[in-house]
Design a protein around this ligand. Structure first.
Ligand SMILES: [Zn+2]
Ligand SMILES: [Zn+2]
Length: 228
């Protein structure tokens, strides 16, 4: 049944038409994970075993500290530090470097989100293949951020037949290329506006072209600079 647990969120987020729908699903998962780890799961022994060995990335420590209480987070840190010291005290320099290289790439929250995103992609292709309405929702998307565009193209190879994949890739590439062309036009116009000949012209849709380009390239939203 786990195959279909994201049917409703997928339909919801693909109906929003507000940026990349997979980013907004990612944000939903991230919010859930941060709320759980700073709430109910915090003192759970089986979770603590994992947070002790996996640790957290900078982004997720920061998010935990914005929503969670400081003492429970300090307790997580306390046993995580103990485990790090315990595991490295007998290692030589080379193995210690290896240990920390792996730890830097690890994060309990990132790992949980990754696992759930796998199910989201699996559900996505199930809906894409079987639900006409969902397929239309997919086709009506304005854009995907490039990391999720790439992931759709990668996961598609896993969940679709060769023939289905070719159709899907073409549909997706059409959506993305159309958007990238629009974005290109907006950035072009933004640059032109700094030329005195275009000074009096309208900004058209280019005022936030920089912010939208960063979002498209990275999947990360930045705030608009208010300085012109
Ligand atoms: Zn995205
Ligand atoms: Zn993380």
């Amino acid at each position: 049944m786990s195959e279909h647990i994201y049917t409703i969120p997928l339909n919801d987020h693909f109906s929003k038409h507000d940026g990349c729908p997979l980013c907004s699903l990612f944000d939903m998962l991230e919010k859930n994970e941060i709320e759980t780890i700073t709430g109910a799961s915090m003192m759970e022994p089986s979770v603590r075993v994992k947070t002790n060995s996996e640790g957290f990335c900078h982004k997720h420590f920061e998010l935990m500290l914005t929503v969670g209480k400081r003492l429970p987070i300090a307790l997580i840190m306390q046993s995580h530090l103990e485990e790090i010291r315990d595991k490295t005290k007998k290692k030589n320099g080379k193995d210690t470097a290896k240990f920390f290289a792996a730890l830097e790439q690890n994060c309990y929250v990132c790992n949980r989100i990754k696992k759930n995103m796998d199910s989201i992609f699996s559900n996505f292709f199930h809906l894409y293949k079987n639900e006409k309405n969902f397929r239309e929702r997919f086709l009506s998307q304005e854009m995907f951020c490039l990391p999720h565009y790439r992931e759709l193209l990668e996961y598609g190879q896993k969940f679709l037949s060769k023939k289905e994949y070719d159709v899907f890739a073409k549909e997706l590439q059409e959506i993305e290329n159309r958007y990238l062309e629009t974005l290109q036009g907006d950035i072009d116009w933004f640059c032109k506006k700094f030329d005195y000949r275009y000074k009096e012209e309208d900004w058209k849709n280019s005022r936030d072209a920089i912010e939208r380009t960063v979002y498209t390239l990275t999947g990360i939203k930045i705030k608009k600079e208010e300085n012109e």
